[in-house]
Design a binder for this molecule. Structure first.
Ligand code: NAP
Length: 245
């Protein structure tokens, strides 16, 4: 996806995958900075440490407590951002102002989405999690609500890892998400992505929801990182097509 975007922008840059053990994370980031890299995307389990390595951070990264994007600035600073939050809002494609929204999951992704929805003016942001105390802690910290059971909502976001396994069954996944007996929302967003439709998006589409899938969110968060590094508008259509191939 990033390679296709760089090519479309006619930039002679490379985007490389680099598995890094946690104990070498900070050292690796500093080595990349010293080697002329422009920045890095960071994923599990490095996102909280990435924020600590940075010398400055956006309000999103600070509030979420994790960064998925680091930019090596010309003055030697390491700037942290969390584009999962803004990318989610971009992919949502409509303003959440006034919406009643339910976020499933209280891990890193749930945190980013709950914060983004609250900041963007959703009327109600509820968080449900399999392990209830995590939802309660997140809700207190981010000043949103937590619910013991999912409730009917205009927008439901799956920010759990349910559906990640290929071949996952709709009925089992919907039970795991506590959605049994609820009607599909008007809008459903799944952060989980893969080569086939996820159980949550299938359930939501059957119920008539407008569906935003995890690839839409992946492209949107990546587009924000790419724009930050290059100063250019990211070619999102090229990026989405690259993922389909
Ligand atoms: P995480 O921090 O490990 O959190 C996982 C979440 O899933 C927790 O809330 C966990 O609940 C819940 N969960 C796991 N198995 C479950 C089950 N069987 N039933 C109910 N809940 C279950 O992971 P994360 O970073 O938040 O990521 C979550 C998902 O979002 C992943 O699939 C990731 O790939 C995806 N993601 C996608 C994008 C994108 O750009 N599309 C961006 C970020 C993340 P407990 O607390 O009870 O364990």
């Amino acid at each position: 996806m990033m390679g296709a975007a760089l090519e479309a922008l006619e930039l002679d840059w490379r985007y490389l995958r680099l598995p890094v053990p946690p104990e070498l994370f900070e050292e690796t980031v500093r080595a990349l900075q010293a080697s002329g890299y422009r920045g890095v995307n960071v994923t599990i389990p490095h996102k909280p440490v990435a924020l600590r390595v940075a010398t400055r951070a956006t309000p999103a990264a600070t509030a979420i407590g994790a960064a998925n994007t680091l930019t090596f600035e010309a003055d030697g600073q390491i700037a942290a951002d969390n584009t999962d939050a803004g990318g989610f809002l971009d992919a949502l494609g409509e303003s959440p102002v006034g919406m009643r929204a339910l976020v499933l999951g209280a891990g890193g992704a749930g945190r980013a989405v709950a914060w983004a929805l609250r900041e963007a003016g959703a009327a109600e942001v509820m968080v449900w999690n399999r392990t209830a105390r995590r939802a309660a802690a997140l809700a207190t910290e981010l000043q949103v609500e937590h619910v013991e059971r999912p409730r009917q909502s205009h927008l439901i976001v799956n920010a759990t890892s349910v559906g990640l396994q290929p071949g996952a069954q709709v009925r089992a996944a919907i039970a795991d998400l506590g959605l049994d007996g609820l009607e599909a929302p008007a809008v459903a967003v799944d952060l989980v992505y893969g080569s086939e439709a996820t159980p949550f998006t299938r359930w939501a589409a059957w119920g008539g929801a407008r569906v935003v899938d995890g690839l839409d969110v992946l492209v949107a968060q990546g587009a924000r990182s790419l724009s930050g590094w290059t100063g250019r508008t990211a070619p999102v259509e090229v990026m989405r097509r690259a993922l389909a191939n």
